[in-house]
Design a protein around this ligand. Structure first.
Ligand SMILES: C[S@@+](CC[C@H](N)C(=O)[O-])C[C@H]1O[C@@H](n2cnc3c(N)ncnc32)[C@H](O)[C@@H]1O
Length: 298
């Protein structure tokens, strides 16, 4: 039901795969839900890569397990909160979060991500900003949609929170624009099925009235619009952050990186041989059973 009502965008997954090193990686898809994006990743990751699919909801993971039966070999489901990842420090090359970062306690999640990423590892956040949300079909026509949805982070807020970790650096941002076409009937089903968790924030009676008003406001029985998303890429620095009182030096200057911390061009990274790492030890594994790219200073 959840998957049937959602549109999965392959472009950001392809963009992510282009930024990965050309060797097997160990990755985590956090807030994986039913695994819509997790399932796309193995086909695009370098051969031999391994992926953990983590979510705080056992129900979502159960759907992921059911859907991956016989598929997605190498994907390990894990029941875990984004803010307390039960993974070994510095054990991951890649973390992805698709449409989920606004569900997390941002500062605690980023600190947890920085801890489990290996030096040089990458964090990919695919999300909608409040402005992008306001331009969706829901933001434009659905009463109260932007007012109810207060969890989304602006690009500036995400970049600021990433810098404040002292261990992650914003490397690039990319905006994706997806043309959508739908019918009033399908949109109604999506609102009634709580396609976005925003709909769950409405009291039942208000939601019913909002759906009726939305359908009446739509320009016709078939509508087209453009959905935009932000892909933000952050890199785990290769050195530890400076402690208070410690003088700046090239070895720990995360905010003002020395030459050894500059982003390696994608073409070089994909061909650079790097030693393999083992699957990170899970210290608790209850669930184990077309856009423009902007490069940011490192
Ligand atoms: C909108 S869904 C996105 C799911 C999937 N990534 C996708 O795009 O289809 C958000 C997911 O985040 C999960 N979630 C919410 N809070 C979480 C947390 N603190 N830690 C881990 N997962 C969380 C929810 O259970 C849900 O599956």
């Amino acid at each position: 039901m959840y998957d049937a009502l959602r549109t999965t965008d392959e472009a950001p997954v392809r963009a992510i795969s282009q930024l990965l090193p050309a060797r097997p990686v160990t990755g985590l898809d956090i807030g994986c839900g039913t695994g819509r994006y997790t399932r796309l990743l193995p086909g695009l990751l370098p051969a031999g890569s391994r992926l953990i699919a983590a979510d705080a909801s056992a129900a979502m993971l159960a759907q992921l397990r059911a859907a991956q039966r016989g598929h997605a070999a190498g994907v390990v489901p894990l029941l875990a909160a984004a803010e307390a990842l039960p993974l070994r420090a510095a054990s991951l090359d890649v973390i992805t979060a698709f449409n989920s970062v606004h569900h997390f306690a941002l500062g605690r999640f980023l600190a947890a991500a920085a801890a489990v990423l290996a030096p040089g590892g990458q964090l990919f956040l695919y999300t909608r900003t409040p402005r992008q949300n306001a331009r969706t079909i829901w933001g434009r026509y659905f009463p109260g949609f932007t007012e109810h949805e207060q969890r989304l982070h602006s690009q500036a807020a995400l970049c600021d929170a990433i810098r404040r970790t002292g261990r992650l650096t914003v490397a690039a941002t990319q905006t994706f624009a997806h043309t959508r076409t739908s019918t009033a009937e399908r949109l109604r089903a999506q609102a009634e099925g709580c396609h976005y968790s925003t709909f769950s924030l409405y009291p039942a009676q208000e939601l019913r009235a909002a759906i009726a008003a939305f359908l009446a406001r739509l320009p016709g029985p078939e509508v087209s619009w453009v959905d935009e998303h932000l892909l933000l890429v952050a890199g785990r620095s290769r050195s530890e952050p400076r402690r208070p009182g410690q003088p700046p030096s090239p070895a720990n200057g995360d905010q003002a990186p020395g030459p050894q911390e500059r982003r390696t061009p994608v073409s070089e990274r994909r061909s650079r041989p790097t030693p393999d790492r083992q699957m990170p030890h899970l210290s608790a594994a209850p669930g184990a059973s077309s856009g423009s790219v902007e490069h940011h200073g490192a």
